[in-house]
Design a protein around this ligand. Structure first.
Ligand code: SF4
Length: 371
């Protein structure tokens, strides 16, 4: 696993100009946590026992906790806490509040969180500031309850979509949990529900043979090569993600998964020479998707909040990520919270370019949203 070199004596600096280099092609390493914690309640669940069997088969260091509360996860400082948390998997029951599903526009109708926390090390991580406490990966053992609970949110007039990737990278921990496969199979049998997930990992083999009935849209999170290289530690290379998405989309008769698929281009950043770098990404996608399939795209520009900036600079004090408020526009939500987004002229320029280039490359693949 990539771990950033943390040096608190440096401050954030702007993203450096990037020279062209041959694209990387490596897949992600399987994440093998140094500790796997199970709460008593989690072990009461059949599914918790299945995760235990997986952890034992991988010879992981397993601790059976006496209490259902996770404690003692903080190290002597932020850096030690981060390192320990990112190498810990906790298997717990999702709390009762997790059954009250939250809307998650524009990507889906509702969140469906199978886990919280992620083994990767993205320096702009969306989880920073939105999950409290050390960034431990928590997998939920009461999965069957979480799945049947979604039926309460289905409606008669149209299928309702559920997003599994709000607080984790489900594919990044799938070898340890099997939760994504269970969820895909569950939604295959639901006329009123649809599943969506997105990943920066490439271990898709376990998903290829599943019955999904076209009810799961599998998406890859992609970015310009220099940004992935500088900012997305521990993930699969862009090329590996593209090839994994291709395999998911290929017809079953050709050895693929036959899934509806999607590209999430995020977080979009106007790095130096951005048209060239993003243009190269679209060229590579076009080369890989040389067959008919159900493909969509979502465009998400980079943004941050005061809270996420503080957490990210604690985790990655050397980051080259642009977190300078003075060059951004402020956007407020209805609760008074604020986030920093690109200013209007930059947004307009980015949106016009991405929309027209996408439509030129993929005229049959709809843009789901720009944000
Ligand atoms: Fe955060 Fe997503 Fe990167 Fe995981 S893959 S570290 S959740 S941004």
């Amino acid at each position: 696993l990539f771990l950033p070199v943390l040096n608190t004596s440096e401050v954030a600096r702007p993203l450096a100009p990037v020279e062209a280099a041959a694209p990387r092609t490596h897949g992600a390493k399987l994440w093998l946590p140094q500790r796997v914690l199970f709460t008593p309640d989690a072990l009461q669940e059949d599914y918790g026992q299945q995760i235990l069997a997986r952890a034992e088969a991988l010879n992981l260091d397993i601790e059976l906790l006496k209490s259902n509360r996770l404690t003692g996860l903080r190290g002597p400082d932020e850096r030690a806490t981060y390192r320990a948390a990112k190498t810990t998997l906790a298997v717990v029951n999702a709390p009762a509040g997790a059954l009250r599903l939250q809307p998650t526009p524009p990507s889906a109708d509702y969140q469906l969180n199978l886990a919280e926390g992620c083994p990767a090390h993205c320096q702009y991580c969306y989880l920073a500031g939105s999950l409290s406490g050390p960034p431990v990966v928590c997998a939920f053992a009461n999965l069957p309850k979480l799945l049947t609970n979604t039926q309460l949110y289905e409606r008669a007039d149209r299928p309702v979509s559920f997003e599994a990737s709000c607080y984790t990278d489900v594919l990044g921990i799938e070898h340890l949990t099997g939760a994504l496969a269970e969820t895909v199979k569950y939604f295959a049998g639901r006329e009123g529900g649809r599943l969506r997930f997105v990943s920066k990992y490439d271990h898709v083999e376990s998903l290829l043979g599943l019955p999904h009935n076209g009810h799961t849209r599998a998406r890859a999170s992609l970015n310009a090569e220099p940004l992935a290289r500088q900012l997305e530690g521990g993930t699969a290379s862009i090329e590996a993600r593209i090839q994994a998405l291709r395999r998911l989309a290929l017809p079953v008769a050709q050895g693929g998964g036959g899934y509806p698929v999607g590209v999430v281009l995020a977080p979009i950043m106007p790095l130096p020479d951005w048209q060239r770098h993003y243009g190269e990404l679209l060229d590579r996608l076009q080369a890989a998707f040389d067959f008919d399939c159900d493909l969509t795209v979502e465009f998400i520009t980079h943004r941050f909040t005061p809270g996420s900036k503080e957490v990210l600079l604690g985790w990655y004090p050397n980051t080259s990520l642009d977190l300078e408020e003075s060059t951004r526009a402020v956007k407020r939500n209805k609760f008074g919270g604020l986030k920093y987004v690109y200013d209007l002229p930059t947004m307009k320029e980015l949106k016009a370019w991405f929309t027209s280039e996408w439509q030129r490359c993929f005229p049959n693949a709809p843009v789901q949203y720009w944000t």
